[in-house]
Design a protein around this ligand. Structure first.
Ligand code: XLS
Ligand code: CA
Ligand code: CA
Length: 439
């Protein structure tokens, strides 16, 4: 087989002093940090759709990257992508990947034919994954690209579309099981609305819950042992997406008794689209025992859409890794680079440099997060801030033993609240800087 990325070398750790751009400065895969290698902590994955497929096409212009791999027809292209993916993952030391059904094989005229194509390419993937020691972090179904999904998939007003979506998800779960996937993601695609004037929201939500039950139960029947994730996103492509943010998804799951069956796949760019920080979404997931996996990217706060940029903001990755460590690390999840190079960064070297930047940024985040935990001042500050709940009336509130009359008597006896301790936000922000930059 050809070499698809001749200008990309095998990338390894050279430390912060190196001037080699094709090297890791912070990501040292086999270095142990609190009992685990960095590789085990970070579990980096490549998103097949961006890395192998997307050619930079946007609504103003054609593609700027060549993603044809020298292929002569669509199935030849699908096969070549498998080999190219393995080569790139090897060179970048990426152990995992994620895919949609439509990323690995082109849709045919009928679903039956499409499924045959998926069988063929997944056979090749299975063989090559074994040869290259690669793992599937999660699989998913693309129920948003084809025109049949113009009004949604599980929430479509057309029952034929619902059936089609169910069949596609069934097949995508089968592929995930076949490839030993650790997870399966439900991302709402077009599950939302453009206007309530034509929408029966109650019926759509009921249908969505039914689709989730049907497909996830089927997965368990065929031996899927991994985690099911829902990936929140507030808007785009629809004006309103039902899986708006982590809290909305948790409320929806509880309404339909599905909360025990799902965890969340939190994407940084979707968090900011919802008007939250990445850290907020991770915290909501963690405190609700729903922390599962992460789509590692970043948006541009000056743009109102999903730019899916490679993550290079070390402050955000530090806060993210603090949440991950606090959650006890990943189990079935990992850090999937749902990210693409900018349209103007259009060479294979740019692709490698973008992964290096993202991997180094999360490695740096992990290193600093661990330093913050070792330092202990941040966690101690938070504990002290709530210390009034450790004794007296506070302890009775924390133990949920206080009566309303008791609280009233206590408040009257106080006369006024005289002690309210400063939150010291600026001090804490400066503390973060001093730990991050080693001063
Ligand atoms: C799109 C989503 C998508 C999911 C998988 O915005 O991020 O890529 O991660 O369908
Ligand atoms: Ca995503
Ligand atoms: Ca995105």
């Amino acid at each position: 087989m050809n070499e698809f990325y001749p200008t990309v070398p095998n990338v390894s750790y050279e430390g912060t002093k190196t001037d080699n751009p094709m090297a890791f400065r912070f990501y040292n895969p086999d270095e142990i940090i609190v009992g685990k290698t960095m590789r085990e902590h970070l579990k980096f994955a490549m998103a097949y759709w961006h890395t192998m497929c997307a050619d930079g096409t946007d609504m103003f212009g054609r593609g700027t990257f060549c993603k044809t791999y020298g292929a002569s027809d669509p199935m030849d292209l699908a096969r070549r992508k498998v080999y190219a993916a393995m080569e790139l993952m090897d060179k970048l030391q990426l152990d995992y990947f994620c895919f949609h059904d439509a990323d690995i094989a082109p849709e045919a005229e009928t679903l039956g034919e499409t499924n045959k194509r998926l069988d063929e390419i997944s056979d090749l993937l299975a063989e090559q994954m074994k040869a290259h020691n690669k793992k599937l972090l999660w699989g998913t179904a693309n129920c948003f690209n084809h025109p049949r999904f113009m009004h949604g998939a599980g929430t479509a007003p057309n029952a034929d579309v619902f059936a089609f979506a169910a069949a596609k998800i069934k097949k995508a779960i089968e592929l995930t099981v076949k490839l030993g996937g650790n997870g399966y993601v439900f991302w709402g695609g077009r599950e939302g609305y453009e206007t309530l004037l034509n929408t029966d929201m109650a019926q759509e939500l009921d249908h969505m819950a039914y689709l989730l039950s049907l497909t996830t139960e089927y997965g368990r029947q065929i031996g899927f042992k991994g985690d099911y994730y829902i990936e929140p996103k507030p808007k785009e492509p629809t004006k309103h997406q039902y899986d708006f943010d982590a809290a909305t998804v948790l409320g929806f799951l509880r309404t339909y008794g599905l909360d025990k069956s799902f965890k969340l796949n939190i994407e940084a760019n979707h968090a900011t689209l919802a008007g939250h920080t990445f850290q907020h979404e991770l915290r909501v997931a963690r405190i609700n025992n729903a922390f599962g996996s992460i789509d590692a990217n970043q948006g541009d706060l000056l743009l109102g859409w999903d730019t899916d940029q490679f993550p290079t903001n070390a402050y955000d990755t530090t806060l993210c890794m603090l949440e991950v460590l606090e959650a006890g690390g990943f189990t079935n999840g990992g850090l999937n680079f749902d990210a693409k190079t900018r349209r103007g960064s259009n060479t294979p070297e740019d692709l490698a440099l973008s992964f290096i930047a993202g991997m180094d940024c999360f490695a740096l985040g992990l290193r600093v997060a661990q330093k913050i935990r070792e330092d202990g001042r941040l966690a101690q500050f938070v504990r002290d801030r709530y210390s009034s709940y450790e004794s007296g009336i506070g302890k009775r509130i924390a133990q949920k033993q206080a009566t309303i009359k008791e609280l009233e008597d206590y408040a009257i006896s106080l006369g006024e609240v005289t002690t309210n301790i400063s939150g010291r936000q600026e001090y804490l922000e400066n503390l973060m800087n001093s730990i991050m930059f080693g001063c």
